[in-house]
Design a protein around this ligand. Sequence first.
Ligand SMILES: C[S@@+](CC[C@H](N)C(=O)[O-])C[C@H]1O[C@@H](n2cnc3c(N)ncnc32)[C@H](O)[C@@H]1O
Length: 468
Amino acid sequence: MHDPQRREARFVNGYDAIPYPGYAFAQTHPDRLGAIAALHGLWPSPPESSRVLEIGCGDGSNLIPMAYAMPGARFLGFDNAAQPLQAARRAAQELRLGNVEFVEADALQFEDAQPFDYIVAHGFYSWVPTPVQARALEICRRSLAPHGVAFISYDTLPGGYERQVVRDLMAFHSSAADPRQQLREAQDVLALAAAEVNRQRPYGAGVHAEWSRVQGRSPGFIYHDHLSTVHEALYFSEFTRRAAAAGLRYLGESDYAEMSDAFLSPEGVERVNAFAQGDPIRREQYLDFLKGRQFRQTLLVRDDAPLQTARPERIADMLVTSPAREEEPGVFRRGESRLRSQHPLARQLMQQLGRAWPGAVPVRELAATETDLKVACELLLVCFQRGFADLHLWQPSFVRQPSPRPVASAVARREAALQKKLAPNLWHSVVELDDAARELLLKLDGSFGAPSADPVLARLARNALLVQ
Ligand SMILES: C[S@@+](CC[C@H](N)C(=O)[O-])C[C@H]1O[C@@H](n2cnc3c(N)ncnc32)[C@H](O)[C@@H]1O
């Protein structure tokens, strides 16, 4: 407090000067991480009673909704920027969360003797210097429980080359010392480039695509993502090499469907598999080259964890959700993707899951016989690999039928009170809030008798935002 040098150091921290917008990231949730670990033969800690660490937790937007939805789990977030941590502590206090703690610490100095079941470093690795990157991997190896899972996201090559041009342009043009002025200059030159490049040529198309990508993003995102003086996009094979050197092993991608080769022709699949020679890391690296991949959200485990290839039988003890809808017999749609299956059990499973959404169904309840259960697990694995079903070890407490005096998630009500356009639901997914949703959320503290036929209330229930 009284050390002027320390105050100066805090002042120049970019994350204190320009806040980075925090969100809940469903792909970092212990439930997702644990289900993937269990699928691969590990015995991860049940999410609802686990210990979770977030490296570079920012304003706590990711940990706070998890702590609210899983009161029996314990959360620790650390960051070296003071301002976002203040916001995190304020939110935890207002929501009366006793199971989450935020500490100011630099990764290089951070020590915690206790093992963590899940460790998350989102939007961190590519934006910190080499020693801090190495330290993040070291923290994961030292602090992970034997069957624990670490999540690390990072920018990847070769897709990163495309985006580097825009970073270089912004850095070349914007020289102001004041971060806000620098940001204005950078946006200015990017807008010029987007308007003037020849979009018929690959170079111009790339610049324009990057300009489109940042439209509508907050100044904090552009400043920290694009203008960071420290940034490294790296090949997946290099990331896994560093992880292995630190004693960590590749489990898979948190967005599991990202590992799918469904975008290749059958001949392409065959050739990639032949080139990969049975090495899953090489296979993933070939896929990155073919996709032009820009970003990864990789899961790592300790190198002594007894990892196996995906085992469908492990799905039998999980829960499953799917928002996919059958748009014509045997054709299921999720977003813009379609899954076709005339398999009677597959159709029956997907229809049951559609009816239960957003609730999860225990897989054992989906099959009448042991034979059906075995087939159901195999089918659900394919659905999970293709992004049409999500596997869970846990289900949050929310209601699909509102009570006469409904109660909404306190986290979502707080976001509504802050006039936010997005709020995390009980599954840790982000839901868009319009004026009507915000207005109703503010009333739903159990004192207001909402008519059960209210369409806005029904929408909140469908989005897993009501706890009573
Ligand atoms: C891009 S932000 C990501 C924040 C959050 N994880 C997210 O994805 O929204 C990176 C965060 O890492 C923190 N950070 C950067 N270097 C750090 C270090 N050496 N030790 C601890 N935190 C650091 C920053 O203060 C910032 O909050």
